[in-house]
Design a binder for this molecule. Structure first.
Ligand SMILES: *Cc1c(COP(=O)(O)O)cnc(C)c1O
Length: 388
């Protein structure tokens, strides 16, 4: 292709497009992270994140990817040999399980078909069987980014309460935070894991934990080794607006701007925008005659749509054609879905015409790659977008 003009379309489900406002906010000199200006910024972003997580509790911000925030959730709350109940919703849930095993936890990993979310009834039956309370935590991925399936966290919480089991509830919201409705306090979540490069519209580099009182108490007796991820010095220093080690200062400038943008739009409007773009995308897939991975309409993801290709067609070859011809990146199939699906990210800084362009690139790519499909997906999406 050689030289490219115009914007690259970054339609993977994270990292997402970083808006100009955030790029400009980060493009400033790095300041003294032990000085008064920094302390004001730190306090402001922590308060802002409380609104995004919908919590009044503790927030911890690491200079890390989301994987670091996963590790923090486990090592601060659990002890060697503790049992954790986890669910095979897809690739990311499997990676979190693998981490828990490497850290010396016993994982009860409920198998899944990668097309459904966590079944709250299974949470209830597993916990009801566990009369000796061996299970210390239930860990769930809210939005499984490898499949485009969102689990029902409020339903999981209700079932846990019904059995009266004391396990902690740990939730990965890495690809749902600021895209799909999420209520840390109201849903009784103990540790919520997030990061910067998905719905928060920032570059990669910040890992987040929102932490309940119950999780803070658990941290007092948890014995997994922890140092860099230890909540205690973080929370202590954060009170004065500081960090126990050098924070990602420029990403925090960006985070402050991202929070302003989200609160200006209003979180409910942000969620509604994502829901609408997801519906338009599914209408396009349906008109193309292609199946989405998610089988239960109650579990459709608003952040991304994973689309299956008819048997034997290579989804990565399609993605390559689309990248070369139209300069658009789509998400690859992960784990056992490699080559079988492609994923359209429609989260973060995104609007109707960006979606129209994205779906147009997919429709043209399907034709160029010689994949059997029906034209008309873009038209179906545009009809929906212009009618709502
Ligand atoms: C992206 C993602 C991760 C991994 O985050 P990193 O920043 O790559 O470490 C974990 N869980 C989910 C659901 C994700 O989408």
């Amino acid at each position: 292709m050689g030289d490219k003009s115009g914007r690259h379309f970054l339609q993977i489900p994270g990292p997402t497009n970083v808006p100009e406002r955030i790029l400009r906010a980060m493009s400033r000199p790095t300041i003294d992270h032990r000085g008064p200006e920094f302390a004001r910024i730190a306090r402001e972003v922590i308060e802002g994140l409380q609104q995004v997580f919908q919590t009044t509790g503790a927030i911890v911000i690491y200079p890390s990817s989301g994987t670091g925030a996963w590790e923090a959730a486990l090592v601060n709350t659990l002890s060697p040999g503790d049992t954790v109940l986890m669910f095979e919703t897809g690739h990311f849930a499997t990676l979190w399980r693998n981490m828990a095993v490497r850290l010396g936890l016993q994982v009860d990993f409920v198998p899944g078909d990668w097309r459904h979310g966590v079944d709250p009834a299974v949470v209830e039956s597993k916990l009801a069987e566990d009369r000796g309370h061996a299970i210390k935590a239930v860990a769930v991925v809210h939005n499984e980014t490898s499949t485009g399936v969102a689990s029902r966290i409020a339903g999981v919480r209700r079932r846990m309460d019904q059995v009266g089991h004391p396990a902690l509830l740990l939730v990965d919201t890495i690809s749902s935070l600021a895209s799909i409705e999420y209520r840390h306090d109201e849903w009784g979540v103990d540790v919520t894991v997030g990061c910067s490069q998905k719905g928060l519209m920032l570059p990669p580099g910040l890992g987040l934990n929102a932490i309940s009182e119950k999780a803070l108490v658990a941290a007092n007796t948890a014995r997994l080794a922890r140092s860099y991820w230890d909540w205690e010095p973080m929370i202590k220093d954060n009170k004065a607006g500081f960090f126990p080690y050098t924070p990602a200062t420029n990403l925090l400038y960006g985070l402050r701007e991202a929070i302003h943008m989200l609160l200006e739009e209003g979180l409910d409007n942000v969620f509604a925008r994502h829901t609408r773009h997801a519906e338009a995308t599914r209408r396009a897939a349906k008109a193309w005659g292609l199946e989405v991975v998610c089988l239960d309409p109650e579990e459709y993801s608003s952040s991304l749509t994973a689309v299956m290709l008819p048997g034997g067609q290579d989804a990565d070859a399609l993605r390559q054609v689309i990248l070369e011809r139209f300069d658009m990146s789509l998400g690859t199939g992960l784990g056992k879905l490699k080559g079988k699906i492609f994923r359209i990210g429609h989260l973060g800084d995104f609007n109707d015409l960006m979606l129209a362009g994205t779906l147009s690139g997919v429709e043209m790519g399907l034709a160029l790659a010689g994949i059997p499909f029906t034209r008309g997906g873009v038209a179906a999406a545009l009809d929906y977008l212009s009618g709502t």
